[in-house]
Ligand binder design. Structure first.
Ligand SMILES: Cc1cc2nc3c(=O)[nH]c(=O)nc-3n(C[C@H](O)[C@H](O)[C@H](O)COP(=O)(O)OP(=O)(O)OC[C@H]3O[C@@H](n4cnc5c(N)ncnc54)[C@H](O)[C@@H]3O)c2cc1C
Length: 378
């Protein structure tokens, strides 16, 4: 572990991390164990699953999120024509613990009729009908982000979720060894130190988690494990065609609603308007293939958008000009080489890590990882 830096008192404000305003979820009695305070970095599915489990076990948590809201890679992006699920498109439920957790927020998750999912060849012709696994496809409503934000809401109300706040450094607590403190950067470059944590749990994608550990100069067994994980990027294109909503013409192009594609630029296409609880305006979300995304990761956004619109027209036959086009670059999108176990925990330092990358590349993997890290440390 590195020595703590002295706090530059003039620029930095030191705060003992906030006490919760109210208990977000009824905590259990701790049956003889002392309550501990966990810092969680990242409010995606893994971080929020971890946080709510620790609170249920009677511990204190403070979750730090660099974006304006919880959700991470389940982000739902609004447009004048309706929302787009820019990251996760749908999810499957295999673990009964995930099913039980979903039951705590009735009405949020709905089945998406994915019997219309097609597998397309490179020219957009249907190569196979349906996905290999005929299991239920679920979406959160009104957008994919809603599941994580609904679970995060009690934490936010209790002051245990701090958004717009990027953690820039993890260091030993200068006043409370062997605890931890976090340096953060907020809106307008404001810097802050939050102190008083017994443990720090990183719930970011593996690459930024590894970078944060390394730039903080921490000596932990997490480092080697994190370096074995690989994650591919993804460019996402979102298109709206309000001109398609006319009497007698509700959709443009193909009659299917979602497809995997072997086109070299495009891996996945989904008609957003076919998902339950969405606006009816014709909207498509297109995920570029991992290889093409990696090759064009640093390209100009306008150029990427034009190339993906061209490929979309080739695959779907939709050649009309979209009224709305937007792109999003995911630098860390889909795990290509997972860790192979549900979480990392270094008891000697009080540092842990969770995320989808521990087990795979699915939303449920992120949930299970966050849950199992919490159960390990609670
Ligand atoms: C394009 C795309 C399509 C996908 N499609 C599907 C699908 O169809 N089905 C499916 O099951 N899964 C899909 N996934 C995967 C799914 O979205 C992820 O498995 C899941 O959302 C990962 O959750 P997580 O909590 O592990 O990580 P994330 O959701 O990445 O959460 C990490 C959080 O940490 C925050 N953060 C990072 N660094 C810091 C820092 N220094 N300080 C503060 N906060 C920080 C980030 O802002 C983020 O909110 C898809 C993902 C992408 C990108």
């Amino acid at each position: 572990m590195s020595k703590p830096d002295p706090l530059p008192a003039k620029r930095l404000r030191r705060t003992n991390a906030p006490a919760p305003a109210a208990a977000p979820v009824a905590p259990k009695a701790l049956s003889g164990k002392a309550q501990r305070h966990f810092a969680i970095i990242g409010a995606g599915m893994a971080g929020i699953a971890c946080a709510r489990t620790l609170v249920q076990a009677g511990h204190r948590v403070t979750v730090f999120e660099k974006s304006s809201q919880a959700g991470g890679r389940t982000a739902t992006i609004d447009s004048p024509f309706g929302s787009f699920d820019a990251g996760a498109q749908y999810f499957t439920v295999r673990d009964p613990r995930f099913a039980r957790a979903i039951d705590t927020v009735p009405g949020i998750c709905k089945r998406w009729s994915a019997n219309s999912v097609q597998v397309l060849d490179a020219a957009g012709r249907v190569a196979a009908v349906g996905l290999p696994h005929r299991e239920a496809h679920w979406v959160a409503s009104p957008g994919m982000q809603s599941l994580v934000t609904t679970w995060a809401d009690p934490l936010a109300k209790a002051g245990q979720l701090i958004t717009h706040t990027r953690v820039t450094r993890i260091e030993p607590d200068s006043l409370n060894t062997p605890g931890w403190q976090l340096r953060t950067e907020g809106p307008g470059g404001t810097q802050h130190v939050y102190a008083g944590f017994d443990a720090v749990l990183l719930a970011q994608p593996s690459v930024p988690a590894q970078a944060l550990i390394s730039s903080s100069g921490l000596d932990t067994s997490l480092t080697d494990a994190l370096s074995a994980v690989a994650i591919a990027p993804c460019w996402t294109l979102m298109l709206a065609y309000p001109q398609a909503v006319r009497p007698g013409l509700t959709t443009l192009g193909p009659q299917w609603n979602a497809a995997r594609s072997t086109h070299h630029r495009i891996a996945w296409l989904a008609r957003e308007s076919s998902k339950p609880g969405r606006s009816v305006i014709e909207r498509w979300t297109i995920q570029a293939s991992p290889a093409w995304s990696a090759e064009h990761l640093e390209d100009d956004e306008a150029r990427v958008q034009a190339k993906l619109i061209k490929a979309f027209a080739e695959v779907t036959g939709i050649r009309a000009q979209p009224s709305h086009a937007d792109t999003r670059r995911w630098r860390y999108a889909q795990t290509t080489h997972p860790l192979g176990k549900s979480h990392l925990w270094d008891a000697s330092t009080g540092l842990g890590a969770c995320g989808d990358w521990c087990l795979g590349h699915r939303l449920e993997d992120a949930f299970v990882s966050g849950l199992e890290l919490a159960l390990k440390v609670a």
